[in-house]
Design a binder for this molecule. Structure first.
Ligand SMILES: Cc1ncc(COP(=O)(O)O)c(C=O)c1O
Length: 400
């Protein structure tokens, strides 16, 4: 006991508090590992890896990576000119006019966050993040010694930002407001009015606006006044995207930041961001050389993913009709759906029973900091047969 305690204390002293001290897996993961160790394979309604859901990725995609230009190493902190131009053109084809000199390539969106936190925040500074949202924010901020302050999203038939609560969460240590649109897992998107309010707030309080728009190509029940963060130029703004979601190619490790806002602020930010990016030079040359081809090929995968999420969402709406005690929240976009279920037992009990007795894995709402119970979050990416079977069992268990 004593030596165990001593060892724990030593470990605590040796390693930084950027990484968690408690490394034990949560109960759901433990239960899943136990099932898998017994050779059982649950239907996975948490699967968000597009390369694992039976989509056809043609082998030819890889030929783009074998261009001889990939043998030379001639790095630029923001990425090779041709690749930045290819990203700007792709965004242009989607209706956004982007200056390639404001495109910064990264290996992933997670890395883009880490670069932006290095640019904007000193240790102990704060960023505002929406709730419910993406659980990785806790880690991404903590790894940079940045603190999270949450602002609520509210649901009244459609999601919106509680702008007053967001404003009240700003402190002298706040450096940035993060918006995720479409948001994971709520599927909510930024509307024009909320964007205008955020831009005004950020400009007046010298905050940066960071828009995670990785799911922007996947709109389902879209709102009429949907906006992109770069639709305004009042606040220093960074829009994040990448092949991981927009082209269904997380394995390629190519993401981007597009900077916007008042020219003097953008110039000052880019001059400093260049120092951060130059210290890492993290995007591989072959991927950058292939960027144009990968973006073009990604349109096929994107079309397959769009069909998949639309089909699964249609099925979810059809299946839930037989369970009036459950409901699907409006999904404006993205790859997930939020199902409200009767709060007759804790969410954790529900998802554990579902896994252990019905062999279906789904995420409980509390993983995403929903303000109350009971919600279950499902990915819309699984193969349709699996999705239908999994959701059928989920609804049956949740509704009695
Ligand atoms: C909202 C959101 N942003 C960013 C990411 C990470 O993207 P990347 O693979 O580019 O790091 C995810 C991944 O699920 C996500 O859901």
């Amino acid at each position: 006991m004593r030596t165990g305690g001593l060892r724990l204390r030593l470990l605590w002293m040796m390693f930084s508090t950027r990484v968690p001290t408690d490394l034990a897996p949560n109960r759901l993961t433990t239960a899943e590992l136990t099932l898998r160790a017994r050779g059982l394979r649950p239907i996975d309604l948490t699967e968000t890896n597009p390369t694992r859901v039976g989509l056809a990725y043609p082998d030819e995609f890889l030929t783009a990576l074998s261009a001889p230009a990939g043998l030379a190493y001639d790095p630029h902190p923001f990425g090779l000119q041709g690749a930045r131009l290819a990203v700007a053109e792709e965004l242009g084809a989607g209706g956004q006019s982007v200056d390639p000199s404001r495109v910064i390539l990264t290996a992933s969106t997670s890395e883009a966050y880490s670069f932006l936190f290095k640019l904007l925040c000193n240790p102990g500074d704060q960023v505002l993040v929406p709730v419910p949202s993406y659980p990785l924010f806790d880690h991404l901020t903590r790894l940079e010694l940045v603190e999270v302050r949450q602002y609520p999203l509210e649901y009244h038939g459609t999601w919106s930002i509680d702008v007053d609560a967001l404003e009240a969460a700003v402190t002298p240590l706040t450096r940035a407001v993060l918006v995720v649109s479409p948001n994971n897992p709520t599927g909510s998107t930024l509307g024009r009015r909320d964007l205008a309010a955020l831009a005004r707030l950020c400009a007046s309080r010298q905050l940066a606006l960071i828009g995670d728009e990785v799911f922007a190509d996947y709109l389902l029940d879209a709102r009429a006044d949907a906006a992109r963060v770069l639709d305004q130029a009042e606040a220093l703004t960074f829009s994040l995207g990448g092949l991981s979601k927009s082209a269904g190619m997380p394995q390629m490790k190519l993401g981007w930041i597009v900077a916007g806002g008042p020219a003097t602020l953008v110039e000052a930010a880019l001059a400093r961001l260049e120092i951060v990016c130059d210290a890492f030079l993290s995007v591989s040359t072959p991927v950058q050389q292939a960027a144009g081809d990968l973006l073009a090929a990604g349109r096929q995968i994107r079309a397959l993913i769009r069909e998949r999420i639309a089909e699964n969402l249609r099925d979810l709406h059809a299946l839930i009709l037989q369970h009036p005690s459950c409901s699907v929240y409006r999904v404006e976009g993205g790859w997930s759906a939020v199902i409200r279920v009767p709060a007759i037992r804790p969410e954790e009990t529900l998802v554990l029973d579902l896994l252990e007795q019905d062999l279906v894995l789904a995420h409980p709402g509390y993983f995403f900091d929903f303000p109350h119970e009971a919600f279950v979050v499902v990915s819309l990416l699984p193969q349709p047969g699996d999705f239908r079977a999994g959701v059928t069992r989920l609804l049956a268990r949740a509704s009695h």
